[in-house]
Ligand binder design. Sequence first.
Ligand code: AMP
Ligand code: MG
Length: 342
Amino acid sequence: MYLLGIESTCDESGIALIEARGEKVKILAHELRSQIKIHQPYGGVVPLLAAREHKKNLPFLLTLIEKNFDLRKIDYLAFSVGPGLLPALVEGKEFTINLAKKFNKKIIPVDHLYAHFASVFIKNKLHVWQKIKKINFPVLVLIVSGGHTNLYFVEDLTKFKKLGQTIDDAAGETLDKGARALNLGYPGGPIIEEKAKRAKNVYPLPKPLLEKGLNFSFSGLKTAFNELIKEIKEAKGTIDEEEIYNLSASLQKTVFEILIYKLNKAREFYKPKEIIITGGVSANMTLRKMAKKFFRNIKVIFPERILSTDNGLNIAVGGYFLLKEKSLALEPEKIEVYPRKI
Ligand code: AMP
Ligand code: MG
């Protein structure tokens, strides 16, 4: 069957087309337009601008796919219904519903976090049949992105138990805000990663909520980081390049140590067979190395780096799982978007 995946939750407009048959998938198209340049001057994503860009980008991406594929052959549309920015989701919803109605198709509503989970099952390889990756359940799944830091115990493709989440800022948001405090630009995570590579020292920073359950908290760390910047500025009169390297490494290391510590706590209690770390922050090579080094005797699985951040392919694959496992597909009128999960 043919599935079209549509992503419009935040600042990436994405559409992908997959052919799926049993345990195999073939990626026929994977189109993505990042809006980073549009939002950069504002230091973060502006929801109404994101919506305006999706309105422009999604029809354009579809024309690229249409060049090589007759859209009438599509069996289902998979659409990321949230969590995300409401104006962006509404724009994507309108696009998806119109398309579904035009071709008389049903829509599979895909939770955005579920799509991050789905991203580890496939390789970003066009036009070849590939086997869906086998995972040894149960697994722990940590989703670390710009808006979320969620930890789950997962028993099969659709049986999720949430163990913890951030009670304030998300891990990616902490890196983004840290980068902004250092005037490094947006999105901060990849910039911090680059700067940290040249660090000579790291400063100790607090790890709030560390011993208290499986929830995460980063706002105290953010405050301490801002204080540290102020102290260095006062002492040295400026934040020079070397300090930027050191500060970036300190923030990144502390965030990742918190993530790994909590993951390990959960692992001791729930005894999973494997660990999955996914979402935008999982693109970070330092996090990957730290996690692999720490969890020596348990497999840690990451998505391909390019699939860590938002895209239509994750939605299409997530949609295929939901259809297969739960027969989930709705008439277009039934589709509702949600900015956050209740
Ligand atoms: P997402 O919300 O899944 O689209 O991911 C976006 C978030 O991932 C933002 O907070 C980015 O700063 C963060 N991010 C992207 N690439 C990296 C990276 N290489 N290292 C750390 N964070 C990253
Ligand atoms: Mg995301």
